[in-house]
Design a protein around this ligand. Structure first.
Ligand SMILES: Nc1ncnc2c1ncn2[C@@H]1O[C@H](COP(=O)(O)OP(=O)(O)OP(=O)(O)O)[C@@H](O)[C@H]1O
Ligand SMILES: [Mg+2]
Length: 421
């Protein structure tokens, strides 16, 4: 009889699924997909009206960035203000959208196995929302619903950093007290636990999990900070306009907060704001930088600008110098960015992670001296400034890292004991 279970890491940026074969107790495959959905502007009658993952990016770009491109869906799980969105005259709530990603992963995995596997351990961040338990419950309920819609009959949930820890556990040879930090696109999660290769796969691991916590800051926050600091001046942050005859003012800085994160760009959709924008432009005597803002919004260029920002960040994970470059529809950006400058831009966010880490250790009575090792995972753990934080806090503690984009899914797949309850 077929016996498998899926470990599913539904991430803000990337999602992954590991297939665990319960007979051989091995992971036999891992599939990853960017957490993106694209609905082309024109639905083709009778056909699936959306694409997921890489295809979402290529489709969206090929269609001149028209239609609906949805990213960071995980962030809306905890947002009570998000009820639904209408696409091609169909309503989609948060669970419906998340289900599309889960379905895509499930279909690919089922195809590999050749049957409809109903069993999944799905990861969740320690907190979906920093301060509000009601929002956390809402997010969990929506994720549960999404799993059902995607066709999973037997579902368990596991904290993402515990998943990461179980993946690390497979690589060690003796018992260790480990601090796991999973730094992703949307969140940073910590877990402190006892790992023991002899316990791996055991039924009851609750005792070994000593503390978990998280904060709503990740690589997306760095990209927003970068946009604010380096991007917005190219889009007219310092534009002057003549408010009344002879009275010159700077355009409201609040406008620019809306181009610093993806989901706020639709702020500019309202008619009134459109009119205001035209007025600022006119009374700025057609400032070319302000025109860039209008071009950005009118042509949905947000995603491509953020891709450039991410490219700069990724380069600075490997080298000391990079460029922030963007050239499209008369928007011309080209400047050098050094690692030191980049560290300055993300310093506030890194300081928040550091402050949370201190709070996490203090509130759980963890003495840094008792930590045997660190395990860093998630894409954002590749950022030099983040690595420096851990080296500085724990100079004596060895730092390990695994597959930054698949360790959570693998560890979730090793969490089959959750079905034994
Ligand atoms: N080489 C790199 N250097 C720096 N950052 C990177 C690198 N590669 C990816 N990232 C960043 O890592 C983040 C994605 O990481 P990851 O896939 O672990 O997140 P996620 O699991 O989707 O998010 P979350 O766990 O918060 O839900 C993005 O912000 C991305 O820009
Ligand atoms: Mg993650």
């Amino acid at each position: 009889m077929n016996k498998h279970l899926y470990g599913i890491d539904f991430g803000t940026t990337n999602s992954a699924l590991s297939i665990f074969d319960e007979a051989s107790q091995q992971i036999i495959a891992t599939i990853t997909v960017p957490s993106l959905i694209y609905f082309p502007q024109e639905a083709i009658p009778g056909e699936k009206n959306y694409v997921v993952g890489e295809q979402a990016i290529t489709g969206y770009l090929a269609d001149g960035m028209k239609g609906r491109f949805i990213k960071s869906i995980k962030q809306i799980l905890s947002r009570s203000s998000f009820i639904e969105t209408r696409i091609h005259n169909k309503r989609y709530n948060a669970a419906d959208l998340v289900a599309l990603i889960l379905k895509d992963l499930k279909a690919k995995a089922d195809e590999l196995l050749g049957y409809d596997c109903q069993k999944a351990v799905i990861g969740r961040p320690v907190f979906f929302d920093d301060n509000d338990p009601a929002k956390d419950t809402l997010a969990h309920t929506r994720l549960t619903k999404a799993a059902q819609l995607a066709g999973f009959g037997e579902v368990r949930f596991q904290f993402e950093p515990i998943g990461a820890a179980f993946a690390y556990e497979r690589t060690i040879t003796k018992q260790e007290k480990v601090l796991v930090a999973d730094l992703g696109g949307g969140t940073t999660d910590f877990t402190f636990l006892i790992l023991d290769p002899e316990q791996a796969g055991n039924k009851d691991r609750k005792r070994d999990n000593m503390a978990s916590g998280g904060i709503y800051i990740g690589g997306d926050s760095f990209d927003s900070a970068f946009m604010w600091d380096r991007g917005t001046p190219y889009f007219g942050k310092n534009t002057l306009y003549e408010a009344t005859p002879g009275k010159v003012l700077t355009v409201p800085v609040s406008l620019f907060a809306n181009i610093c994160s993806w989901d706020q760009m639709n702020f500019f959709n309202g008619l009134r704001i459109r009119k205001d924008m035209e007025n600022y432009y006119h009374y700025s005597k057609n400032d070319p930088k302000f025109k860039n803002l209008i071009t950005l919004i009118d042509n949905n260029l947000g995603y491509s600008v953020f891709q450039s920002i991410e490219r700069t960040k990724i380069e600075l994970s490997k080298q000391e110098l990079s460029a922030f470059a963007y050239s499209n529809m008369e928007i011309e950006i080209e400047e050098e960015i050094s690692l030191a400058q980049y560290n300055g831009i993300i310093a506030k966010d890194v300081a928040k992670i550091a402050a949370y880490l201190d709070e996490f250790l203090a509130s759980n009575n963890i003495n840094p001296a008792e930590i045997d090792s660190l395990f860093l995972t998630g894409g954002t753990s590749l950022v030099k400034g983040v690595q420096a934080l851990f080296k500085e806090r724990f100079p004596q503690v060895p730092v390990n890292s695994g597959d930054n984009f698949t360790s959570v899914a693998k560890g979730l797949a090793y969490s089959g004991y959750l079905f034994d309850d």
